[in-house]
Write a protein that binds this ligand. Structure first.
Ligand SMILES: [Zn+2]
Length: 330
């Protein structure tokens, strides 16, 4: 698949919207949505084929780069479970230390607690690792230093696929994280930049995780997975982050009473029902809003009740049909 320079630069049809993130400018072309089967994917990063060479041997690797130490778990936990079951190596990353994610613990206590909880989550999910880079929660900017750190970590792990936030998601740290990954995308292959870690000949495909934002446009569901078969394992992973799913998030949403009603969580089916109720809403909404795209992509297959959806970023390598087959297992 050829890199389409006009497409990448956003000079084709459609409106170009610009959003500023801490001084950095991001453009997202607000073009009409097209289902995957009819799209030509473009990408900033040559080479376009994973058969080109330069790929390290071993299992397919996925790196999920979120802003906080629960973003990866919440948004693409079911995908991670599915890929791990298929033999992929999956690594979760949080760029910030999550220190603002509690209403009672001090920020230092919260950061310490969350670090320990993510280690347990990694064990339960079967991850290759859960890294916390330690930038201050609610204070992340797409700086040169942060970009170099992100790039070094991607180069060291050499993932085939990187998942991250869009630059129009609700939290400033999410937007900065998406910006950092996008900015690193092309530079991953530039040998003299950040040369303490070897540049990648085969850069990863970058995919955006789902969010609810509609400006400048809604997420385009290029990749969709039926999340429901992986719910029990997903809930087991979420359950490791006690400070988040049973303390901070219920408090933030005014639902502390329901945690009290849940009791000691020893009834696994009741516990899973609680976790699903408060964390699977976005997957249900995505199943509703992407139902037509699902029918188009998987003719004859019923639309699932819960979907995890991803959009291909033009800042990574343009995926080939082989990449989609690898990722979707089809
Ligand atoms: Zn977050």
């Amino acid at each position: 698949m050829e890199m389409n320079r006009r497409g990448f630069l956003g000079l084709g049809k459609g409106l170009v919207a610009a959003t500023a993130t801490a001084g950095a400018m991001t453009t997202i072309a607000a073009e009409p949505q097209q289902p995957r089967r009819k799209r030509t994917f473009v990408g900033a990063c040559p080479p376009s084929s994973r058969e080109y060479g330069g790929r390290r041997p071993g299992p397919t690797r996925v790196m999920v780069i979120g802003a906080h130490p629960d973003d990866a778990d919440i948004v693409c936990g079911c995908t991670a479970v599915k890929l791990i079951e298929r033999g992929f190596s999956v690594r979760f990353v949080s760029i910030t230390d999550g220190r603002m994610g509690h209403h009672k613990l001090t920020p230092d206590e919260t950061a310490r607690t969350r670090r320990a909880e993510t280690l347990e989550a990694a064990r339960r999910f079967g991850l290759d690792g859960y890294d916390i880079y330690g930038y201050p929660d609610c204070g992340l900017y797409p700086t040169d230093e942060a970009r170099r750190l992100v790039a070094r970590k991607i180069r060291e792990y050499e993932p085939d696929f990187v998942f991250t936030h869009r630059t129009c998601d609700y939290h400033a740290d999410h937007r900065a994280t998406g910006q950092l990954v996008m900015d690193a995308g092309y530079l991953l292959g530039v040998p003299h930049w950040c040369d303490e870690v070897k540049a990648q000949r085969l850069r990863p495909v970058i995919l955006y995780m789902s969010d609810r934002f509609t400006y400048p446009r809604s997420l385009r569901p290029d990749v969709m997975i039926d999340a429901e078969p992986y719910f029990d394992k997903w809930c087991e992973g979420l359950d490791a982050q006690v400070s988040q799913f049973y303390e901070w998030l219920p408090w933030d949403r005014g639902r502390e009473d329901e945690v009290v009603a849940l009791g000691d969580r020893s009834d696994i089916s009741k516990r899973n029902e609680f976790l699903r109720k408060y964390t699977a809403g976005r997957k249900r909404r995505d199943a509703e809003r992407f139902a037509d795209a699902w029918r188009e992509q998987y003719p004859g297959r019923p639309v699932p009740n819960y979907i995890e959806a991803y959009e291909v970023s033009e800042y990574g390598r343009a995926p080939t049909e082989a990449d989609f087959k690898l990722l979707l297992g089809e």
